[in-house]
Design a protein around this ligand. Structure first.
Ligand code: TYD
Length: 211
């Protein structure tokens, strides 16, 4: 049985998830809330090895193998980091989770949303987030932010614009299908305004959890 709150952050590359996670972490910690921050891929040492493979392998990775590598990373991160933290009653803030697989492998790689969701849920032993923050940004603005970061592109960042359009649309479709789980925000808004909206929602959820 879980007692904490599981919050995931989703969106395309370059939308500002990392910034929002840091801001929310600081807000929650200053209010005395226990927080665990993790990410996929790469929330664990094993996950970091998988991250290196899926993001930087020089060899071609077949799409189904790619989906299973993400699922393996997810299984290990959920079992060893996320569930234990939730059982301690903490708030878990996670950079990407199963919706990324549905968007990138299901839509981006065209493997199909249903199969990818099934694999992900099996890997995660059916752990679904309490809240998913989707930072939505149009592909052109997201690409400009990535270029401005001035670091080498990984296997996904160097994908074509159509790939990123499919990914963005898939995220929006998932959010529309599960409105209660999602907080969809326009990532072009100032970071402080986004942070305020997210913190308000999470505080409300924490208040309900404790009543
Ligand atoms: P991320 O850590 O957000 O990249 P960065 O550190 O460069 O901001 O994510 C790495 C990439 O992995 C990202 O392009 C999306 C992709 N990804 C998938 O394709 N499927 C998945 O299930 C996950 C979790 C990530």
């Amino acid at each position: 049985m879980t007692r904490g709150l599981f919050v995931t952050f989703e969106g395309g590359d370059g939308v500002g998830k990392t910034t929002q996670i840091s801001l929310l972490r600081a807000t929650l910690e200053s209010a005395g809330v226990g927080v665990t921050v993790t990410r996929e891929p790469g929330g664990t040492p094993l996950g970091n090895e998988i991250r290196e493979l899926v993001l930087h392998s020089r060899d071609h990775i077949s799409p189904r193998a790619e989906a299973l590598l993400y699922a393996a990373d997810r299984a290990h991160n959920v079992a060893t980091i996320v569930r234990p933290a939730l059982e301690r009653g903490e708030v878990v803030l996670q950079d990407r989770y199963l919706d990324s697989s549905v968007a990138y492998q299901g839509a981006g790689r065209v493997l199909g949303a249903e199969d990818i969701k099934r694999i992900s849920l099996w890997a995660a032993d059916d752990l679904v987030p309490d809240l998913t923050v989707l930072l939505d940004l149009d592909e052109v603005a997201a690409a400009a932010r990535l270029t401005a970061q001035d670091k080498p592109f990984d296997r996904f960042e160097s994908e074509k614009a159509e790939f990123h359009s499919r990914v963005r649309k898939a995220f929006l479709d998932i959010a529309a299908a599960e409105p209660a789980r999602f907080l969809v925000l326009d990532a072009s808004e100032p970071p402080e305004a986004l942070a305020h909206t997210i913190a308000t929602r999470v505080s409300d959820m924490l208040a309900n959890l404790n009543t």
